[in-house]
Ligand binder design. Structure first.
Ligand code: PLP
Length: 442
């Protein structure tokens, strides 16, 4: 089977079981635009619902187009199973809701995407799930916050705006002492980092970003590594060790390995309980768009990172730039983590602070000609934004400071255009930045 090959370039194209469509021999993955699937007979239907047999029931829970994407993303991350969902936000919500209930807590890195901070601090806390924040610059901060109700650790591999690489193995090792799984959001670093190799139990993605790559579809994924023992400490993981009344009293931690032969209760529970109850299913049309992007992810990440490094070298010498933020441009031991965890490139995102502060930042963004001024990351196009007035504007001063956003910070996502053109555009906009001369954004 092609997934046995471990090279991301090959996995992204051939991963999973799919060679051609079994019904038509079509080579491109078909969009299975159907909500439901004909059962062979009543016994077949009953077996599917009882999880005695695995197969398609209803597109809110599974779909053959999504299935190909799920197998490829699982293989790319070195995991055993994957569930796709309607967005990256759903992936992070489900990752927490699958392990924690009211009264429980999660210890999360302070270095997070702004939307994740809102989800954790506002929505999940209203549901009774407490998120405790730990500064990842010292992994021991995670241990200090553990108590009997801690159900998971959470971090982002390459979080912006700080762009400090997360100490994956260090935090995972602490978690495993207490039977606490590490959930990693690997949105900004597919291919260049495989968190499961460093001990992460679960890896989520906003597929909307680098994996999709073209800004055409919103989607998310949750990969179960298969490497975490959910039954080792039943009190630590009640959702996997106590009978689930919503599914005939099944004990997920035991039943899933018995039924499937694979230690993936996290993925199965996310699918058959959370997708069943909360919906947020990925539309197969969007899965198709993401599959097209996925096929070139290895090539694109290489180019994003190569271009970003050249841009960093250019910016460090520019007279209007007071600070360049990049994964390798930190003091030790933070900079060492980039070398330890990122392979084949140090990431596509670059932050800058400008001599002229916030006003220069605004003028700079409005002077860019080729870069797009947009909220997202992970597009083939080069992108720029001023987080303090946009993506992070709903955070208070304390949250802003914790996430590393200063008033003059500008985030750049370096695209895969020719690097000379990227640098030329940056240079002309930087040279205008101190003059405060605005032009309309086209
Ligand atoms: N995680 C990270 C790191 C992100 O950057 C984003 C979005 O920017 C998300 C999660 C949420 O993803 P989505 O926009 O697909 O809901």
């Amino acid at each position: 089977m092609s997934t046995k090959r471990n090279n991301p370039e090959t996995i992204a194209i051939h991963g999973g079981d799919y060679k051609s469509d079994p019904a038509t021999n079509a080579v491109a993955v078909p969009i299975y635009r159907t909500t439901s699937y004909q059962f062979n007979n009543t016994e077949h239907a009953a077996n599917l619902f009882a999880l005695k047999e695995f197969g398609n029931i209803y597109t809110r829970i599974m779909n053959p187009t999504n299935d190909v994407l799920e197998k490829r993303v699982a293989a790319l991350e070195g995991g055993l199973s994957c569930v796709t969902v309607s967005s990256g936000q759903t992936a992070s919500s489900f990752a927490i809701l699958n392990v924690a209930q009211a009264g429980d807590n999660i210890v999360s890195s302070t270095d997070l995407y702004g939307g994740t901070v809102s989800l954790f601090t506002h929505t999940l806390s209203k549901l009774g799930i407490e998120i405790r924040y730990a500064d990842p610059s010292d992994p021991k901060n995670f241990e200090k916050m553990v108590d009997d109700k801690t159900r998971a650790f959470y971090g982002e591999t390459l979080p912006n705006p700080y762009l400090r690489v997360f100490p994956i193995k260090e935090v995972s090792d602490i978690g495993r002492k207490y039977n606490i799984p590490l959930i990693m959001d690997n949105t900004a670093s597919p291919v260049i980092c495989k968190p499961i190799e460093h001990g992460a139990a679960i890896v989520i993605h906003s597929l909307t970003k680098y994996i999709g790559g073209h800004g055409t579809a919103v989607a998310g994924s949750i990969v179960d590594s298969g490497n975490f023992d959910w039954t080792a400490d039943p009190k630590r993981q009640p959702l996997f060790n106590e009978p689930d009344a919503s599914y005939g009293g099944v004990i997920w931690g035991k039943a899933v390995p018995e039924l499937t032969g694979a230690n993936v209760p996290f993925a199965v529970r996310a699918r058959v309980c959370l997708l069943r109850d909360l919906g947020s299913a990925l539309a197969p049309d969007n899965a198709f768009a993401i599959i097209q992007g996925l096929e070139t992810i290895a090539l694109r990440m290489k180019q994003h990172c190569e271009n970003a490094e050249k841009v960093v070298n250019f910016l460090k010498k520019h007279k209007e730039v007071t600070k360049v933020i990049y994964s390798t441009e930190h003091n030790k031991p933070i900079a060492d983590r980039a070398k330890k965890y990122l392979k084949g490139g140090y990431g596509p995102m670059v932050g800058i602070e400008l001599k002229g502060g916030i006003e220069a930042g605004k003028t700079f963004i409005e002077s860019l000609k080729m870069f797009y001024h947009v909220a997202n990351i992970g597009d083939v196009r080069s992108l720029a934004i001023h987080p303090a007035s946009t993506t992070h504007s709903q955070l208070n001063e304390k949250e802003l400071a914790a996430s590393g956003v200063t008033q003059s910070y500008v985030r750049l996502c370096i695209g895969i255009e020719h690097v000379d053109d990227i640098i030329e555009d940056l240079n002309q906009a930087l040279n205008k930045s101190s003059k405060g001369k605005l032009r309309a954004v086209s």
